[in-house]
Design a protein around this ligand. Sequence first.
Ligand SMILES: *Cc1c(COP(=O)(O)O)cnc(C)c1O
Length: 361
Amino acid sequence: MPASFRTWCTVSFSALRSNLRTLRRSAPRGTRVLAVVKDNAYGHGLVPVARALSRAGCEEFGVAFASEGAELRQAGIREPILILGSSLPPEFPTALTHRLTVTLSSLQEARELARAAEKARVTALVQAKLDTGMNRLGAKPTEFQHLLSFILHHPRLELAGTFTHLACAGSDPKFTRRQMEEAWILPTHPRRHYANTAAALSRLPYPHTHVRPGLGLYGLDPRPAGRAPLRPVLSWKSRILVVRRVRRGETVSYGATFRAPRDLMVATVATGYADGLPFSLGNCGHALVRGRLCPILGRVTMDMTLLDVTSLAAARRGEEVIWIGRSGTKNRTAADLAREAGTIPWEIFTRIAPRIPRLYS
Ligand SMILES: *Cc1c(COP(=O)(O)O)cnc(C)c1O
């Protein structure tokens, strides 16, 4: 990679394809994959990731909002694209122009969209969402039935499918069973889906036409003791800017929150919270340098972070630092960083700043 990069990510298409195959294998034969590429493909890069998945045979895509779908269409993606979020009326023209499928959670949304479709003299593709306990989007069962019948009787609305979303698919089988008992009213035609990564990998025994994985495609099994053979897709690297000796008793970084218990070698690394490295990793996170786990010392700053490199024989200015990825025999995942930062891997991925270059191979 160009030596001028201070911090950068690499994204492996072969790992992405391998994860797609793994997720396919855990679904019944014939189940199609709606790849969730919302929010810049979880920070991996919307268009490159969707193109790679499309070439690998992925049937459909899910985005967060209409403009992401438009970006995919402009990049030549022709598969069905479902807007997973709730769209506002000013976004309907974009959805209609680009043949994006709009998620409907209420009769109000359906009426608004029908009006926009009439005005544009087109038919809107829609999927009706049922709320089975997430209480975020979706209609409750009674309104859902009205919503379905409104859609089926409206000449400007075409029902492309129905779905629900699970709140604890990987962690709470009882809660999940209750959600799926409510979901029996979802028609199976033309599409019916409920399975995020955790549900897809758990092979839940409810009929569906599609699985809807996000995190699994990017290489992580979100289930507490999950061991699916997924491969990390993204690595996140940086470089050492400065190496210095810090004497016993001296402090490090803002707020002087770390005091050296003995003489230490400290490296200043070119990544900070403006790059998406969580501030909460201060004094508790780690990075890999030359295959060794090095602790973060003191607070993470805006574009630099300090590492204890005492265990390395002479760390050098310009040397590679791995936040996520492999170094020697050791590997760090977004889940490792998330645990240290007190967050979840989805947040680690999606907060890697857009300014950081992504290199695809
Ligand atoms: C984000 C999202 C998914 C993917 O979830 P993962 O846990 O990342 O697999 C699936 N369905 C909906 C509705 C989502 O919003």
